[in-house]
Ligand binder design. Structure first.
Ligand code: GAL
Length: 649
């Protein structure tokens, strides 16, 4: 099993490499991930390649039993490249991005593409037969620092071609986008604009002021551009080697369609920083990110960068407490991780990331974090058979598509409504009841309950599939705004909930964004703060009604029997406790077994074992007992602060 650290030989004096390799070996680490951002060393002048530092370092680490995952360095174009070629992105105001950090290249720049493919190909040629390289990574974190969408002329031209291929005639596009509104008709594909800053938008606002079809298509196009850019590098590498190729994804990041990005890769890798300068994440949020990463290919993944120390750019997050590094490691593995690489091996005294600590501090002396990782590595040797190839048993699915994320970013619907938070609230309630929940698209039949909260853009084939699923006995949960938009990001004109009308068995007679709270009563009680759909049941039964104002006693939550299955319609937002009550109610009816433990206890059911984790900083007595796979002894259910157990099923 891959168990390693990110290590950049070019950051250290050569004389230290052996010592670092030894320390890694002693910690039980067996892999380094390297090369990302080393373009300036690999190609110091145009066309002059020098990989000797890597040859030497890879060899030194191999002598300590440590293999290499080699990354292409294209997220950090060197100065000579930007001096000679105009590869830099343009922002929404038409400004050229400045060189001096990273990720400033435009995916549609001919020269950036060409130079990227060239270095990838030179690397592949050079390292193809190196037995110590076990896998390749393309680039680093596509889209980070808001770099997915560029607004340069290259992008505009490429976008116009992309649209022409899709819409064929400009008349067709005009009709489907409704450009007649505000006289925004195009006479030819050459006229196409990008959704840049315009007259309706206050500077630096987050509001989107363009035709919603244009905006959505530009997001799709920009995502496709990176998928294509990545593919060029994959092809260059695969010409010379058939070692597996990956890219490091960013969990909940939503600007690139990760299903598309993953298609050309052999496996998914991702970077997990639960607690850093930008805030700390609830454990359910991290678990959802892992599920999302497993869900993009419906396949186990590796963690390419795992937080291993206090970290931040200008200020630091807190230091992982004793037990947390081990716990985060097991949380990843429980949700489908098959490899773990910590970022970074040793903190660097210079550069932007001086404060991004790793396993070792700046003085390089092994201390608590190093020994915790060493201990985890030793345990993993025993646990490996329960991790490699293991599958989780899922009861529920949260359907997540990037079209929906983008459509909700473009039209927020209501103040304080945030689609990502909404998806998370459904995941969190399931996780708090210890229901294994996948985050993905695809085969609904594998799940007892399928959630499509505020799932506004629906493709016709999805409706057909979900209807079959419900007919055959499945449970579907939809909410306000589900089923309301077509694939061009226009609203349907049929009666709400439009695409789900027949399945839901209700009509949304009226709706309102809330200026003051409302309440619901019935099977679930809650304050409602963001949105009310006022429902008229057709064939559905009422589970909850409102208690306020002109919609008092009107239906808020309903359930409809359809074929052998059921469709719940949730017409409003819910408080956290009410959400949990709702999920408990639905899951019980759907025959899902729940395990209720104190908050912070996470239980993941795998095909071959059960993993129990305590995310609290105090010990907790749980109801789970059994034989520990970590030490072979009897586990009586008590977990230490940040404790973990793997038990035999
Ligand atoms: C990741 C990135 C790494 C490093 C780390 C700390 O997003 O892939 O290269 O920069 O963050 O900032």
């Amino acid at each position: 099993m891959i168990f390693g650290a990110c290590y950049y030989p070019e950051h250290w004096d050569k004389t230290e490499w052996k010592h670092h390799a030894r320390l890694m070996h002693e910690a039980g680490l067996n892999t380094i991930r390297t090369g990302d951002f080393a373009w300036g060393v690999m190609e110091p002048e145009e066309g002059k390649f020098d990989f000797s530092f890597l040859d030497e370092a890879i060899e030194i680490f191999a002598k300590e039993g440590i293999k290499t995952i080699l990354c292409t360095p294209t997220a950090g174009p060197p100065k000579w490249l930007v001096n000679k070629y105009d590869i830099l992105q343009r922002d929404r105001y038409g400004n050229k991005e400045n060189w001096g950090a990273r990720r400033e290249g435009c995916a549609n720049s001919r020269e950036y593409r060409k130079r990227s493919v060239l270095i990838a190909e030179e690397m592949a040629k050079h390292f193809a037969d190196n037995p110590n390289i076990i896998a390749w990574q393309i680039d680093n974190e596509f889209g980070c620092h808001d770099s997915t969408r560029c607004y340069c002329e290259n992008c505009r031209k490429a976008f116009s071609k992309w649209l022409e291929k899709k819409y064929v005639t400009i008349e067709n596009l005009n009709k489907l986008w409704g450009t007649v509104f505000w006289s925004l008709q195009y006479s030819s594909f050459d006229d196409i604009i990008l959704p840049v800053y315009n007259s309706c938008e206050p500077e630096n606002s987050q509001s989107w002021s363009h035709n919603p079809s244009l905006d959505l298509e530009y997001r799709r196009f920009s995502s496709d551009s990176w998928v294509e850019y990545q593919k060029l590098q994959i092809d260059a590498i695969k010409k010379y080697t058939n070692k597996p190729v990956t890219h490091n994804f960013m969990g909940h990041f939503s600007d690139i369609d990760y299903y598309d990005l993953a298609k050309d890769l052999d496996f998914v890798a991702w970077d997990n920083y639960p607690d850093n300068q930008w805030g700390d994440s609830e454990y359910e949020y991290v678990s959802m990110a892992h599920e999302n990463m497993r869900g993009v290919k419906n396949k186990n993944f590796i963690v390419a960068e795992q937080e291993s120390g206090p970290c931040g750019w200008d200020t630091m997050g807190s230091t992982p407490e004793p037990g947390q590094l081990r716990l985060w490691t097991y949380q990843a593995l429980a949700h489908g991780g098959e490899g773990m690489i910590y970022f970074r091996f040793k903190a660097l005294p210079y550069g932007m990331e001086q404060y991004w600590y790793g396993i070792l501090d700046h003085d390089g002396i092994p201390r608590r974090r190093y020994y915790e990782i060493q201990k985890t590595g030793n345990e993993l040797k025993r646990l490996e058979p329960y991790i490699l190839g293991a599958k989780n048993k899922y009861d529920a699915l949260i359907v997540k598509t990037y079209d929906n994320l983008w459509a909700h970013q473009i039209k927020h619907h209501a103040k304080d409504f945030d689609y990502r938070n909404m998806l998370y609230s459904y995941y969190k309630a399931n996780a708090d009841l210890n229901i294994n929940t996948a985050v993905s698209v695809g085969n609904y039949d594998n799940y007892k309950v399928v959630y499509m909260p505020a799932y506004n853009i629906v493709h016709t084939d999805e409706i057909e599939k979900i209807t079959e699923y419900v007919k055959n006995g499945g449970t579907l949960v939809i909410t306000f705004r589900s089923g309301t938009r077509d694939v061009y990001n226009n609203l349907f004109t049929s009666t709400l909930p439009c695409a789900f009308y027949e399945l839901a068995g209700i009509e949304v007679e009226e709706f309102t964004a809330l200026r003051k709270p409302a309440h619901i009563t019935g099977e679930i009680k809650s304050e409602v703060n963001i949105w009310c759909d006022i429902l008229k049941p057709m064939t559905a039964q009422v589970l909850c009604t409102y208690t306020d104002r002109y919609f008092k006693d009107r239906a808020a939550i309903t359930v409809n029997s359809y074929g052998k299955g059921k469709v719940y319609y949730i017409g409003c937002d819910l408080e956290t406790t009410a959400m949990k009550n709702l999920i408990r109610y639905i899951s019980k009816k759907a025959g899902i077994e729940m395990i209720e433990e104190p908050h912070g206890i996470e239980i993941v059911q795998r095909d071959n074992c059960t993993v129990i984790m305590n995310h609290n900083d105090f010990a907790v007595q749980t109801s789970i007992c059994g034989k520990s796979l970590i030490n072979g002894e009897n586990f009586n259910g008590e977990l230490d602060a940040y404790g973990v157990e793997f038990i035999v099923n």
